[in-house]
Design a protein around this ligand. Structure first.
Ligand code: SF4
Length: 763
């Protein structure tokens, strides 16, 4: 792990910000963008990002307003940085790889690797090689296809997808994997919203959120739970500002008092430029890590008791009776809750929870939004099930201005899943593939991200193909993951930029450089566009605007299609070449396989695209009983031994997923360092650890193995009591591979038990 050291020598700490965005965000976005590329290219990307005929932001999956209601600048600081990080004028050429051995690159930081620029030509590291060397496309894909064909079983291969891949690329990749004979399609969703999908599929019959942007604007009360929109989905703040303007109220629930949860200064409104901006949270619950299940259980108990006191006035009996099952069992279970346990788990006072309850009683339309702060706990699935209980009690599913809103973090992560990138796609989907393409997809479930790493580590999987993303830095248990990757016969990555996954090589390794979202995509029948699905099930087109970063790049669709053809040979019902020549032909096939995409090409041609059907909003619940399901969720809370803290891994503000753009976390007041751990001052006192001391973080797990992240500077910070916060990917090394959420298998990156030990250097 030596390659990612970032000594904190220059650490500077300033008071955390109490508001987000404003003019400084514009200045930072422009500064970074202009450091990457020319003013002309910057203008081109920024004028086109998130516009109806423009480029979909490759950042998060927050939706755009309808065409006509969009601003000229419909993007946030992070979106601007992200698109221009991709549109950079810097290039990584074969000369670069001649000059730098893989071992040398492995010693560089994530920042340095990313800053080298766009990949330009396919490269190979041959067995025993020390450097990447150039390779032609045909030879590269022949080599990869040859290795795939040589495996003893298709299940020895993994086909990983990160959320940047388009619908068209994702559909082709899953088609290829299944025609090849495996469902091993791990994706980044396995590591983020898998708990949301598990909980919502069981209770509502859909793994997707039920709200639209209009619902957000018109809600009476929105909960923002375990989520930091100011950094991770910044334009969500504009939507919440609209909620406030329309009279709605917001309750923020988080372990850290994030700037964006407090106040938002809209850089395109006078009030945001020169005024005080908009107060976002009307009430902030500074909850303990992992206390959200207890909070919603308490709110549900209070609702049941309020109904007892005034029958027929609190619960939506008609919704419950018409649409749900399991209410009586749920209610009986809910009444057994102990307030003593609730207060211990949440760290909140009863008065605070009762204040929220009063807000709930006054609100007809309620939305709960959440992100990784809930999903990446061991009890993430029961927590989200309890939120569904909460919403259903007052009929807040399927009613305008209400609903469940898991906020997705990567632009097409939801679409990739819709397209079939999942190791457990339902048989109905597989049957539709069979009917359309004339082969029988394997029925046995494949491997998700965690099980895929385990399979590589144990030698059961031998070939890894990743499309987009940075697998070794996005995954838990970094040392184990790296060893797993190094043990493969072949690792290959379809990528736009250099990252650490390219330096952690299998025996043979391939870099297959591809077009980015901002690049124009020309194929045999003319210029192509791709499509994506946002967090609210809106599907729309994205069109690149810049000349491709290199004449040697192929699109993801072309790489996947050519590889499939070389691996599988002619398949009469799968015209890979035709797909490459005209992406419209892929969309025609999607329209016949994936429900909701009927007449895809015509509907996506409309500016702004279309919204996929959402059965719960139509009063349809595709569960086995045909009803939404109340669940009984046993009270639980993280168990943290004396002298330990519960660590959550998180992003800094100057970071996008695994990429960091600067060693700063502006809103939290951390500058010039990333190896920082934020801990409540009272916990530091109790532990006898001094502010600004240097410590090692040591994770405690039942396998007894020591996982250590060295040389972190302690910063006294208003984190909730008993918790600690530090940035990933540096702290991924602390997350044990076996530490996963029940049911969903999502790594518990928000609930890692650690102790702080004086660093050897400091002892
Ligand atoms: S909010 Fe998300 S989608 Fe929108 S510009 Fe920012 S990063 Fe991109």
């Amino acid at each position: 792990m030596s390659g990612n050291e970032d000594p904190s020598d220059d650490l500077k700490v300033t008071p955390p910000k109490t508001w987000a965005t404003g003019v400084p965000a514009v200045a930072h976005a422009l500064e970074y963008s202009l450091g990457q590329t020319s003013p002309r290219r910057t203008a081109l990307t920024l004028l086109n990002i998130n516009q109806a005929k423009g480029i979909d932001c490759p950042g998060c999956a927050w939706p755009e307003p309808a065409p006509g209601k969009r601003h000229l600048n419909e993007y946030c600081e992070n979106g601007a940085k992200h698109i221009n990080d991709e549109a950079t004028s810097r290039r990584v050429t074969p000369d670069f790889f001649r000059e730098h051995s893989i071992a040398e690159l492995d010693g560089k930081s994530d920042y340095w690797l990313n800053q080298q620029g766009r990949l330009t030509e396919p490269m190979v590291k041959r067995p025993g090689g020390t450097h990447y060397e150039p390779i032609g496309w045909d030879e590269a894909l022949d080599l990869l296809a040859g290795e795939l064909k040589a495996l003893a079983s298709p299940d020895e291969a993994l086909f990983y997808v990160s959320g940047r891949l388009s619908n068209e690329g994702a559909f082709l990749l899953q088609l290829f994997a299944r025609a090849y004979g495996t469902n091993n399609l791990p994706d980044c969703s396995n590591m983020c919203h898998e708990s949301s999908g598990s909980a919502m599929s069981e209770t509502l019959g859909t793994g997707k959120g039920t709200v639209s942007l209009d619902d957000i604007h018109n809600s009476d009360l929105i909960f923002v739970v375990g989520q930091n929109p100011g950094t991770n989905h910044p334009r969500m703040l504009s939507a919440l500002e609209e909620t406030k303007r329309n009279g709605g109220r917001i309750v923020a629930v988080n372990t850290l008092p994030e700037a964006g949860l407090n106040r938002f200064k809209h850089p395109q409104r006078p009030r945001g430029v020169v005024g005080r901006g908009t107060q976002i949270a009307d009430q902030f619950l500074h909850i303990r890590a992992g206390g959200d299940l207890a909070l919603f259980q308490a709110l549900n108990l209070l609702l049941l008791e309020a109904e007892d006191a005034a029958p027929g006035t609190v619960l939506d009996r008609s919704f419950v009776e018409r649409n749900t099952t399991g209410f009586a069992e749920f209610a009986e279970h809910a009444r057994q809750l102990s307030w003593e346990h609730v207060l211990e788990a949440t760290g909140l006072s009863r008065e605070e929870i009762e204040e929220v309850h009063e807000r709930v009683l006054k609100s007809e339309k309620i939305i709960v939004c959440w992100a990784m702060g809930l999903t990446q706990h061991k009890h993430g699935v029961p927590t989200i099930r309890e939120i569904v209980n909460f919403l259903m009690l007052r009929g807040n599913i399927g009613k305008p201005g209400s609903g469940a809103c898991p906020v997705r973090g990567h632009s097409n992560v939801q679409g990739d899943r819709t397209m079939g990138v999942w190791e457990r796609m339902p048989q109905k989907f597989l049957d539709a593939l069979e009917k359309e393409f004339g082969f029988t997809p394997p029925a046995r479930h494949g491997l998700d991200a965690v099980n895929g790493i385990r399979a590589m580590y144990e030698g059961r999987a031998k070939l890894f193909l990743g499309v987009a993303g940075n697998f070794v830095r996005a995954t838990p248990d970094s040392a184990v993951t790296e060893e797993a990757m190094r043990g493969c016969r072949l690792t290959a990555h379809i990528s736009t930029k250099l990252n650490r996954s390219h330096t952690v090589c299998g025996e043979t390794a391939l870099i297959l450089p591809t077009l980015g979202r901002s690049d124009r995509d020309f194929q045999a029948t003319g210029e192509q566009f791709i499509t994506v699905e946002d967090s609210m099930s809106e599907v729309h087109a994205s069109r690149g605007k810049l000349p491709p970063a290199s004449p040697h790049l192929l699109s993801e669709v072309a790489i996947i299609g050519r590889l499939a053809e070389k691996t599988l040979g002619d398949m009469p019902h799968i015209p890979w070449k035709e797909f490459e020549a005209d992406y419209g032909t892929i969309r025609d096939r999607i329209s016949r396989v994936v429900p909701g995409f009927e007449d895809f090409n015509a509907r996506v041609a409309v500016p702004g695209g279309f919204r996929l059907p959402n059965p719960p909003n139509e009063g349809v619940f595709p569960t086995p009983s045909g009803k939404a399901v109340f669940t009984r969720n046993d009270f639980t809370m993280p168990q943290v031994p004396e002298g330990h803290l519960l660590l959550q891994t998180l992003r800094s503000h100057d970071q996008w997923n695994t990429i960091w753009y600067a060693p700063n976390d502006r809103y939290r007041g951390i500058h010039n360092a990333r190896r920082v751990v934020m801990v409540n001052p009272a916990d530091l006192d109790a532990l006898g650890v001094a502010d600004r001391s240097t410590v090692d973080l040591v994770s405690v797990w039942r396998d007894g193995k020591e996982r250590r992240a060295e040389n972190f500077t302690v910063v006294a910070y208003p984190a909730s009591r008993g918790s600690a916060a530090a940035y990933y990917p540096e702290t991924n090394v602390l997350v044990p591979l076996d530490s996963v959420a029940d049911i969903s298998n999502c790594p518990t990156s928000k609930g890692v038990v650690v102790r702080l030990e004086p660093a050897a250097d400091a002892a």
